[in-house]
Write a protein that binds this ligand. Structure first.
Ligand code: DGL
Length: 275
């Protein structure tokens, strides 16, 4: 029997589903195994060491279930854990396996999106503090002026399904206002947390019509397709039955109910314990 090697997709919770659904649209032939660490979300306010430790546990779990390639569909984990896992852990775990993040692929194309070269980044506290976006953007598009704003309330609101309540909207309005007041020339806002695309339509009602609100999913899907075409050995190892499975560190029934809001279809997940 051929070995099943799904592409692993990891996030602290539900956010990575916004990436997974775009990847599935673009690359439906592959198998995917999603892992949400919902029991320990949010990662945004956690320290570098804790995010690294939790992310490594999740990556090892996905490897133990056959994944050869894992996407950290989480900006916070990409900012705080990716480099260490790639440089320190992978060589001893298995140098043929790969872990990729979502920050670099997003920053590569940012230069194409703005006319004014003034852009805003909305993200978790951890991603903002890491300075990963400004650092990476300056490598590809040094002419771009980057403003960042952390939105620590958004992930807990989304994880609890309260983002469009009156209280939820209050925090979103306030954070978007702070972002836009940083510079009226901002014409692109990157939703640099994979949870935030679920707010995209609402955020669009809060900003001037010339401001593009950009979710990362489609960008990551396109970059993954390019990556797989450049790495044919790894691509050949990925199983292709169009199957997808879901793991959560929280209650599986709760995950199923909430995940369908992100995916637009119903799923059945399995509980997993990490650590
Ligand atoms: N969705 C994640 C991100 O892209 C993490 C959110 C969190 O757990 O704080 O940053």
């Amino acid at each position: 029997m051929t070995k099943r090697t799904p592409i692993g997709v990891f996030d602290s919770g539900y956010g990575g589903l916004t990436i997974l659904s775009e990847i599935q649209k673009r690359l439906p032939e592959y198998d995917y195994l999603y892992l949400g660490d919902n029991a320990r979300a949010p990662y945004g306010p956690r320290s570098f060491d804790v995010v690294y430790e939790f992310t490594l546990e999740a990556v090892n779990e996905l490897f133990s279930r056959g994944c050869e390639l894992v996407i950290l569909a989480c900006n916070t984990a990409s900012a705080k854990a990716l480099r260490t896992i790639q440089q320190k852990d992978l060589p001893s775990i298995d140098p043929d396996k790969r872990v990729l993040g979502v920050i670099r692929p997003s920053t590569e194309i940012i230069g194409e999106l703005s006319h004014t070269n003034h852009i805003g980044i909305l993200a978790t506290e951890g991603t903002v503090k890491s300075e990963s976006f400004p650092i990476e953007i300056s490598k590809f598009s040094p002419e771009i002026v980057v403003y960042q704003h952390a939105c620590p309330m958004w992930v807990p609101l989304i994880e609890n399904g309260r983002h469009l309540s009156d209280g939820g909207k209050f925090f979103i309005q306030e954070d978007v206002k702070i972002m836009m007041e940083k510079d009226p020339k901002i014409d692109v806002i990157i939703l640099a947390c994979t949870h935030f695309p679920i707010l995209k339509e609402y955020i669009e009602t809060l900003v001037p019509s010339n401001v593009k609100v950009v979710a990362q999913g489609a960008i990551i899907a396109e970059k993954l397709e390019e990556y797989l075409s450049r790495h044919s050995d790894l691509e050949a190892k990925c199983s292709k039955n169009g199957e997808f499975n879901f793991l959560t560190t929280e209650n599986a029934l709760d995950f199923d109910k909430n995940a369908s809001k992100f995916l637009g279809y119903t799923i059945t997940s399995e509980h997993v314990k990490l650590g």
